[in-house]
Design a protein around this ligand. Structure first.
Ligand SMILES: NC(=O)c1ccc[n+]([C@@H]2O[C@H](COP(=O)([O-])OP(=O)(O)OC[C@H]3O[C@@H](n4cnc5c(N)ncnc54)[C@H](OP(=O)(O)O)[C@@H]3O)[C@@H](O)[C@H]2O)c1
Length: 247
């Protein structure tokens, strides 16, 4: 894998992924990390100052009208190599979401960030993903060729929903799962693998302090899974430990 682009990297699992990737034995040539607010991303800036292969890009995944220009910035960084991996990680979860509290605006905003953003970003970066897939056509389907990874959640699974509520988040991740499935069918023929990952219940702002899994452990599992992705993983949902999960 020469290049990877990860969204939502100023905190949580996104930041953990960046910290882990720069330490990897074979760190990618180009690690592009996005955040909404460059000024507040001090930890990310420190990492970029220490590692010349880390490039910080500003991106709000809700602002789909900025994606065309964003793709031009990415192209300048990856040059003629194309983009190996797009990791749609950024997401949002509103808090009080039982039936009596859920609001239409919350549903729309969460859908926009967690489902529409990843789909439209994939569309905007498709020429670069396709370029990497073509250049590396001798490689099997996976991250050394080209892949789109969507950070999902078991909360988006219909079959595993046994506690209800959380309408905005659950519905947005269920939509992301369907996006993953449809993309996996459409993009397989051009050499791009698409899969969804559940990172576990992780101690972050989103996961909360009671979460049993540390960011570093989740990230280790995710990186291990990424390295082992193959055609059998296309269009499916996996846990951070590499186990297949029911949609
Ligand atoms: N933690 C868990 O237990 C858990 C479980 C299942 C799935 N996940 C998934 O794992 C991924 C990472 O979650 P996390 O726990 O690391 O969450 P987190 O700590 O809350 O971080 C969320 C990240 O997404 C970014 N983000 C939110 N809205 C955005 C927008 N409109 N545009 C661009 N970036 C935006 C945030 O940026 P700002 O700082 O600018 O807001 C932040 O970088 C998410 O997809 C989440 O759904 C997490």
């Amino acid at each position: 894998m020469k290049s990877i682009l990860i969204t939502g990297c100023n905190r949580g699992i996104g930041l953990g992924l960046v910290k882990r990737l720069v330490k990897d034995q074979i760190s990618p040539k180009c690690i592009m990390v996005t955040c909404r607010n460059l000024e507040k991303s001090t930890e990310l800036q420190q990492i970029a100052a220490e590692h010349k292969n880390v490039h910080i890009l500003q991106l709000d995944v809700e602002k789909t009208d900025t994606f065309e220009n964003f793709a031009k910035d990415v192209k300048q960084l990856v040059k003629d190599d194309g983009l190996n991996v797009l990791f749609n990680n950024a997401a949002y979860s509103p808090k009080a979401t039982r039936i009596h509290f859920v609001k239409a605006e919350q549903m729309l905003e969460t859908f926009s960030i967690n489902a529409v953003g990843p789909l439209m970003l994939t569309k905007a970066l498709l020429p670069l993903l396709k370029k990497a897939a073509t250049l590396n056509k001798d490689q099997p389907l996976g991250i050394d060729r080209s892949a789109v990874i969507n950070m999902s959640s078991i909360l988006g699974s219909l079959s595993m929903n046994d506690s209800g509520g959380l309408y905005p988040y659950r519905c947005s991740k269920a939509a992301l799962n369907m996006i993953t499935k449809s993309l996996s069918i459409e993009l397989k023929e051009i050499g791009i693998l698409v899969t969804a990952i559940h990172p576990g219940w992780v101690k972050t702002d989103l996961g909360g302090p009671k979460a049993p899994i540390e960011v570093d452990d989740s990230v280790d599992g995710i990186i291990n899974l990424l390295k082992n992705l193959s055609t059998t993983h296309n269009g499916l949902l996996y846990s951070w430990e590499g186990k297949p999960l029911e949609w």
